[in-house]
Write a protein that binds this ligand. Structure first.
Ligand code: HPA
Length: 266
């Protein structure tokens, strides 16, 4: 279905008031969609949206108000590792833009390489390393594909999110996120390599969405919910079950920061 028709379908369900901000929820954070007073549309009713098949995600689009701001919350995402498509989130993000949004906040679960950002903490992305070598814009025929990524993470949003965290007395370190394709976790040697290259946290998402968002002209910020120390950095075993079990520790803080941030937008 075209972006135009998807927008018509969505407007028919939720009205046509413009959305101001999009929020993509990562592993174990899907329940944040329930915080929004609004209408939920299952991805299955939106052709071109992913059939998000990862447990701990909540595959629906919720449009409504959070702290008086009209938001579109994506309760789940498609990952590259699910079907080998780097652009799996392109249509949802195109729709977000067409609904009127100017800003996007991405969230994810990630492993930390920084002992000062242990599990249970959040990390604000200031930059990323595309360790996968993939790109969601491969095949895009227009010159718009040459997207500058120098300040991919919006400086104003970073400052505002830091201020919101400060108000809530929540520690929010800045760091560099490295995208690893998954679905297997990294080896300890890979983690040592990523660390040497300047990565602070590692995960299996977000980077393709940042590239797509910049391509679409959306301002973007991203927050990692640190669920474990990366491979080889602690004795704890790494698993998706562990990620989901740990996610609630950070998600409560994340919700407080997001609410504060949205209050500042009104
Ligand atoms: N590696 C990649 N993705 C992750 C991790 C990790 O250690 N933890 C949560 N998501």
């Amino acid at each position: 279905m075209t972006v135009e028709n998807l927008v018509k379908t969505i407007h028919a369900k939720v009205g046509d008031a413009p959305v101001r901000l999009g929020l993509v929820l990562g592993s174990g954070l899907g329940h944040l969609a329930e915080a929004v007073q609004g209408t939920a549309i299952p991805y299955d009713d939106l052709p071109g949206f992913p059939h998000a098949g990862v447990s701990g995600h909540n595959p629906k689009l919720v449009i409504g108000d959070l702290e008086g701001i009209r938001v579109a919350v994506f309760g789940g995402r498609a990952h590259y590792y699910e079907g080998g498509r780097g652009d799996a989130m392109r249509r949802p993000l195109e729709v977000l833009k067409a609904l009127g949004a100017e800003r996007l906040i991405l969230t994810n679960a990630a492993g930390s390489m920084r002992p000062d950002i242990p599990p249970g903490e959040l990390m604000l992305l200031e930059d990323h390393i595309n360790f996968s070598g993939l790109n969601p814009l491969i095949g895009e025929p227009t010159d718009a594909r040459f997207v500058p990524m120098t300040e991919a993470y919006d400086r104003g949003m970073i400052a505002d999110l830091e201020r919101a965290a400060g108000f809530e007395a929540i520690t929010l370190e800045r760091g560099v996120y490295a995208w690893y394709s998954g679905p297997s976790f990294e080896t300890p040697a890979e983690i040592r390599a990523i660390k040497m290259l300047g990565g602070d946290a590692v995960g299996m998402s977000t980077v393709p969405e940042v590239i797509l968002a910049r391509f679409l002209g959306l301002k973007v910020a991203a927050i990692s919910n640190i669920t474990n120390m990366a491979a080889g950095m602690s004795d704890e075993s790494i698993s998706h079950e562990h990620t989901k079990a740990m996610a609630p520790m950070g998600s409560e803080k994340l919700e407080r920061i997001l609410r504060r941030y949205l209050q500042g937008l009104s």
